[in-house]
Design a protein around this ligand. Structure first.
Ligand code: IPE
Ligand code: IPE
Ligand code: MG
Length: 253
């Protein structure tokens, strides 16, 4: 009993040390380590993915409580199709399970669900669950929860380039010489979001694995050693605390 009280107290005092005026608007997370988490417990990898889904709920609640505006979660990359079919099938079922159990709370908490990635290539049941969540939360104005599903930064840039070239060819107003970064950004899947100030990758791996390669140009990177299923609000707060201690220079002095 006492221990439980003390843990809660620790948690709130951690949050109390944050500078509430310097919370990142947009946090992007590479949710890595589900498989290893399961392996460490002699369980099949899919158990790690199931537990990882529970962590998504915890971190969504925490980000919402902290007044983060955008939370982008890397759930499935364009390269993850190369995994065993059984694992891919299990992952594709997770959005259905996640939204069945969590959509009412997302609606109640004013969270808006969106996606980036080539979602049209996902199985029908996955698309349906995602579309329903988007539809039912479209008017929400709190946290925007963005799932990167079948997302890859290089494929995103190629697809944006194609659309841009198409527009260039068919428009009299656009010309190649006036192209700039702001124009190109409108052709990315993240056109409606500010760039993330903070990128977190769990599991200790230190690479970006084709995630938001354009958008992370000036983000602060934090590599957290916890496997994703073990990541929690305390860890998120600790990451934001580290972010707040960094000096962002954007090439200046
Ligand atoms: C991240 O965990 C989830 C996905 C990529 C879908 P992993 O499945 O990559 O877990 P590890 O890295 O093998 O431990
Ligand atoms: C990145 O993790 C993709 C997601 C978290 C969805 P991976 O586990 O696929 O990345 P690599 O293979 O270790 O680079
Ligand atoms: Mg991994």
């Amino acid at each position: 009993m006492f221990k439980k009280f003390k843990n809660n107290e620790d948690k709130s005092s951690q949050v109390d040390t944050l500078d509430l005026h310097n919370i990142p608007k947009h946090i992007a997370i590479i949710m890595d380590g589900n498989g290893r988490w399961a392996k460490q417990r002699r369980m099949p990898r899919i158990k790690g993915h199931y537990q990882g889904m529970q962590t998504i709920k915890t971190i969504t609640r925490a980000a919402n409580d902290l007044n983060v505006k955008y939370l982008t979660l890397y759930a499935f990359s364009t390269e993850n199709w190369s995994r065993p079919e059984e694992e891919v099938n299990y992952i594709m079922g997770l959005p259905v399970n996640f939204l069945n159990t969590f959509l009412p709370e997302l609606i109640e908490k004013n969270v808006k669900v969106e996606t980036i990635g080539f979602t049209e290539q996902l199985p029908e049941k996955t698309i349906c669950a995602i579309e329903e969540a988007k539809r039912k939360t479209a008017h929400n104005t709190g946290l925007t929860l963005i799932f990167a599903i079948n997302y890859g930064g290089r494929a995103e840039i190629i697809s944006g380039m194609k659309a841009l070239i198409h527009d260039l060819k068919s428009s009299d107003e656009m010309d190649i010489d006036s192209l700039d970064e702001a124009t190109f950004q409108k052709y990315l899947m993240t056109a409606n979001y500010p760039d993330p100030e903070l990128l977190i990758r769990t599991s200790g791996e230190q690479r970006i694995s084709n995630f938001l390669i354009w958008q992370l140009s000036y983000s602060e990177f934090i590599f957290n050693p916890k496997m994703w299923p073990d990541f929690d609000k305390n860890e998120l707060v600790a990451c934001i605390k580290i972010y707040q201690s960094r000096q962002r220079r954007f090439g200046g002095l």
